[in-house]
Design a protein around this ligand. Structure first.
Ligand SMILES: [Zn+2]
Length: 258
């Protein structure tokens, strides 16, 4: 109730005071710009008006972040910036993690080092937040490449969930079935980005095919009441990101996004 009132009144400070979960945060782009300016001197400008494609988003990312943070230390700074923003926003549960390719790139292929990077930042910046650590996959990657990467992650009890993101239209969802069966047997929560660029049917199909517990975005489901019914009947939560949906031009305005 307090949260709803704060939203209606547009009272950002009151919104921040309400405890809340952030279950859809790609930490590389989820950090505090203020924290990054203070610690790196880099002044990252926000996206102010809607862009229209993932390609435009990638262009923005390369222009504004470039490879500046693509070092072991830079990656850790982005993780700390994310905890800093979450703390400021009054987040009590934060679900973030690393893309599987990052393990070799930033953590010497050492899974304990990767987990420790998140845990250290967590304890240093926001120990009161509950961290749910995620394994991330990019949809355009070869399945055999992903399976190779994942072999280092399987069996590590520090992880809570697995998510699939990137270009939703890159390859059919069926290709990820074996990975998701394994992830389920590992006890991970199963999530994937669908219905951001795809259709309502894509949402239903992905949930059935991968046995998803949660869908990231899933906003296209709103186009088909039977898909909404299916999601409700199966208790599938959509982790919608209203401001992202607006800034990526998926909805006309924030009211439609909610
Ligand atoms: Zn996302």
């Amino acid at each position: 109730m307090e949260f709803t009132n704060a939203l209606i009144q547009g009272d950002l400070e009151a919104v921040r005071r309400c405890p809340k979960a952030d279950l859809h945060n790609h930490f590389v782009l989820g950090g505090s710009r203020e924290f990054l300016r203070e610690h790196s001197g880099k002044d990252i400008q926000p996206i102010k008006k809607p862009i229209h494609s993932m390609n435009e988003m990638h262009t923005w990312t390369s222009q504004n972040l470039g490879d500046y943070f693509e070092t072991a230390e830079g990656r850790r700074m982005l993780i700390r910036a994310t905890f800093s923003q979450a703390k400021k926003d009054g987040v009590s549960i934060l679900e973030i993690g690393e893309d599987v390719w990052g393990l070799g790139e930033f953590f010497h292929g050492n899974i304990e080092e990767l987990v420790a990077a998140f845990e250290t930042a967590h304890q240093e910046i926001a120990p009161d937040i509950e961290l749910q650590l995620q394994i991330g996959l990019s949809r355009h990657c070869d399945i055999s490449y992903l399976e190779d990467c994942l072999s280092h992650f399987w069996g590590c009890k520090a992880f809570y969930s697995i998510d699939l993101y990137g270009d939703e239209l890159a390859q059919p969802i069926e290709k990820f079935k074996s990975i998701y069966r394994r992830a389920k047997s590992e006890g991970l929560k199963l999530k994937a980005h669908v219905g951001e660029w795809g259709t309502a049917d894509d949402v239903r199909h992905a949930v059935e095919c991968l046995e998803l517990d949660e869908v990231q975005h899933g906003i296209a489901a709103a186009e088909d009441p039977s898909v909404i019914r299916f999601l409700a009947d199966n208790h599938i939560r959509l982790n919608i990101t209203p401001s992202s949906n607006y800034l990526l031009g998926r909805v006309r305005d924030l009211v439609e996004s909610m």
